[in-house]
Design a protein around this ligand. Structure first.
Ligand SMILES: [Zn+2]
Length: 174
């Protein structure tokens, strides 16, 4: 049977987009259990420790530990639910609102030229943490793709995550 990534017509940039953070989990082996789920553990930690940028009522915003680009954010519900159809209307609404705010903040602070936004639903679709829903918000700049993601399956991230978190958290609308 063909895997989805072997099918023709998949945009190249999309493949590269989700590869770096995914590889780390593949190398670590299995999907984490609910007790070890990083998106369940993070809210119990301090914001700067967990790289949380903003806490909403039903969902929160966290920096991706394995960013595709500097400022790569994840919008997660607090509840450990796997897929978007399991989210309640208030969760859907707040995930949407926080995604908008993430764009505004990244545009203001990072002066990004565009965004990739999306959710990988299920392990087969490329979800690194398939058990806990998360929406990617990836800022894009002109010429931000180079040959590193393709040949080395890694990407140079120019800024420290803690520094990026502080700046985005400060700029988040109150
Ligand atoms: Zn979880």
């Amino acid at each position: 049977m063909q895997e989805s990534w072997q099918l023709p017509g998949v945009p190249n940039s999309f493949q590269h987009l989700w590869t770096p953070h995914r590889l780390v989990y593949i190398k670590q082996g299995q999907q984490p259990s609910e007790e070890e789920c990083p998106f369940c553990l993070a809210p119990a930690m301090q914001d700067d420790e967990a790289l949380i940028v903003h806490r909403g009522k039903h969902a929160f915003v966290i920096l991706n530990l394995f960013p595709y680009n500097s400022g790569h954010l994840l919008v997660c519900p607090y509840r450990h639910i796997a897929t978007y159809d399991l989210a309640t209307p208030v969760e859907v609404s707040e995930i949407g609102l926080l995604t908008q705010q993430a764009m505004t903040v990244l545009g203001k602070v990072g002066r990004s030229h565009g965004f990739n936004i999306g959710m990988n639903q299920g392990e087969v679709a490329g979800a690194g943490i398939a058990g806990h829903l998360h929406q990617h918000v990836v800022p894009r700049w002109l010429n931000d793709s180079n040959f590193f993601p393709i040949i080395a399956e890694t990407k140079a991230i120019p800024r420290l995550l803690g520094e990026v978190r502080d700046e985005l958290a400060q700029a988040w609308p109150k």
